[in-house]
Each structure stands twice: as structure tokens, then as C-alpha cells.
Write a protein that binds this ligand. Sequence first.
Ligand code: NAP
Ligand code: G4F
Length: 329
Amino acid sequence: MKKKAIVTGITGQDGSYLAEWLLEKDYEVHGVSRHASVARHDRIEHLQDRITLHSADLLDEGSLISLLEQVQPDEFYNLAAMSFVPVSWRQPTFTAEVTGTGVLRCLEAIRRVNPQIRFYQASSSEMFGKVVETPQSETTPFYPRSPYAVAKVYGHWITVNYRESYDMFACSGILFNHESPRRGLEFVTRKITDGVARIKLGLQDELRLGNLKAKRDWGFAGDYVKAMWLMLQQDQPDDYVIGTGVTKSVEEFVDLAFSHVGLNWQDYVVVDPKFYRPAEVNLLLGDASKAQEKLGWQAETDLGGLVRMMVDADMARLSTSPAKLRLVA
Ligand code: NAP
Ligand code: G4F
């Protein structure tokens, strides 16, 4: 019999890659999509005949309980969140409810319906925030620097707590930044690759960015969803850091992206303090040696490959369909 998985956040970047990976592994995939007056399912359009979508919301525990009773899954991947850090200062209570206590609602629903269901929580390297050591591993203390990161710390610890309190198979993946051509346009990597493509095609003449000095450990989302699945295939539940072990500044990413289309970034990039954050995370660098040793996982795509993949995809999208112009936050 096929294994069944529920994926919250299936309409997001990671949800779409995880759904593809689970289908490849012959799972029956059930996705959670919250109600909207106009549904946006672009990232999973190509999968619509192979997955089942259910209406539920992390703000509504009853909807999660009904979903679990109906599907009776083997695995539950909680990828849903308000995931854009700047919005978390503008909507801190909403962020706490979705990204923080939303995790509790998933765990409670599982505990009530069937505590044997294996659970994955999408934790984040943002929890390391103002880092107390470098590189960051599973034992590095957290120092969150945004309402988003504080909510993620709650989600992380409630996952550990349910594992320890109820003997549930609950894992937390502490993932460093991972990107792709499906990344939201407001995140810095995609804002850059989209901007580079527009500038190259004559659709835009400058790119306004915030702090160019911040450093991130950037990987490819398609590689990272495999680690999520691997965590739930182990004999024992545990927490794992997932990253590439390489950190680069936003400026270095910008340089790679502009160079790829033969342009000099200094001619186009304008630093705009509007994009500075009230409290910045200056440096993230992951030590994923535990994941390599125990899961046999390591990043397959390097930063150069990632930048080329993203710029090429944006060039292709905007060349064939310039009507698909969208404003960037
Ligand atoms: P994303 O593209 O922003 O996707 C977030 C998903 O959550 C969307 O499908 C969204 O649905 C859904 N969602 C939001 N609020 C919801 C609610 N109240 N109920 C149900 N669903 C809701 O994020 P991502 O980049 O794929 O990241 C996936 C997860 O990993 C997130 O939890 C994120 O915080 C975490 N994470 C991401 C990274 C990274 O670098 N990408 C790193 C570490 C951790 P709509 O389509 O309806 O908005
Ligand atoms: O791309 P970002 O918005 O990602 P951030 O804040 O690191 O968060 C992402 O990764 C986390 C994992 O560490 C996830 F948990 C989270 O959900 C999300 O996926 O910003 C990256 C850096 C920041 O330091 C920011 O200040 O880029 C800097 N930056 C500079 N100019 C900018 C811009 N960020 C954005 N979004 N837009 C700018 O114009």
C-alpha cells in the first residue's frame, strides 16, 4: 500500500518541491491549502492531477483534526508559515499565531487523532539570529532577532516537547536559506535574479536593495526537501541542521547574478534604507555534519549553479511572457 503524506504549505516554494519528491517516492500526497477568494496555485499547477488538495488552516485546529481523520496519513510535513521576515514586524501577532502556535495546533491534532503519525517541523536558521558561535550546529544556542524568528523558536521547542512528553516521532529541520526559481519575489535572491533579468531585457533600469553586507548560507530548495523526507525515515526522531557550509554576502550574490548576464552590478544597484530591518541577522553559516553522518545528506548544488539556475529561469520567463510583470516588495 502507498504511504500517505500531508504537506501544509504545499502552495509555497518548499511544498511544491517536497510534493514532487514524495510523488517520486510513490507517496499519496495530500496538500493543505487555506481558503482565499482567488486561489494561487502556480507552483503546483503541474502536479494538480497527482495530488489531493484540502482546505484547512493553521489558525483553525478543528480543520486540521478533520483533515487527519479523513486522510489518516503516515507522515505530516508542516511547511506552512508566514515566512517573510520583514512582515513579521508589521504583523507580529499574526506571525506568532501562524508560524508559532500553528505548530502546536498541528501537534495537538496529531496527538488526538493518531500520535503514531510522523511529524516534520520546518524550523529555521533565523533562530540563531545574533549568532553566539560560527558555524551554527544543532547545539548552538538560539538568539532570535525578529518576531518571525521568535515564533520559529516556539515552533521548534514545542516540537521537541511533544517528542519528549508524548513519545511522538516529531523532528525539526533547522534549515538555512534555500532558494530556487520558485522562491517568492520578495526574498532577496529572487528579487535580485528577477531584477537582473528585467534590467538585461530593458524592462527596468535599477535595482533597489537594503543591507548588502548581510551574509547567508544559501542552498537549493530541491536539495533541501530530500533532507526533510530523510528525517522521517530514520529509526529515531531527532533535529538536524541543513546547510551548505558556505556563506556569502548579498553583495557577492548580486555580483554573481549580474556577471552571469555580462553586466556590472555597480551600474544598477541602489542601496535604499527602506529595506533595512529593525534588527538584522548579519551572518549565518551552517554546520550540517550531523545530517551528513546520520542521514547521508549533503547539498548537491553550489551557489554558482543556483544563481545561474535562477537568473536563467527569470530570463526565460520574462522573455516569453513579459506580460507576467509583477511588482517586487
Ligand atoms: P513560502 O513559499 O512562504 O510558503 C509558505 C506556505 O505557508 C504557503 O503555502 C502558504 O500558503 C502557507 N500558509 C501561510 N499561512 C498559512 C495558514 N494560516 N494556514 C495554512 N497554510 C498557510 O515558504 P517556503 O520558503 O516554502 O518555506 C517553507 C517553510 O520552511 C516555512 O515554514 C518557512 O518559514 C520555513 N523555512 C524556509 C526557509 C527558506 O529559506 N525557504 C528556511 C528555513 C525555514 P498561501 O499560498 O496560501 O500563502
Ligand atoms: O531573502 P531574505 O528576505 O531572507 P531571510 O530574512 O534570511 O529569511 C529567509 O531565510 C530564513 C532562513 O534563514 C527563513 F527562515 C525565512 O523564512 C526566509 O526564507 O533576506 C536575506 C538578507 C537579509 O539580511 C536582508 O536584510 O538579505 C538582506 N537584504 C538586502 N536587501 C534584503 C534586501 N532582503 C530582502 N528581502 N529585500 C531586500 O531588498
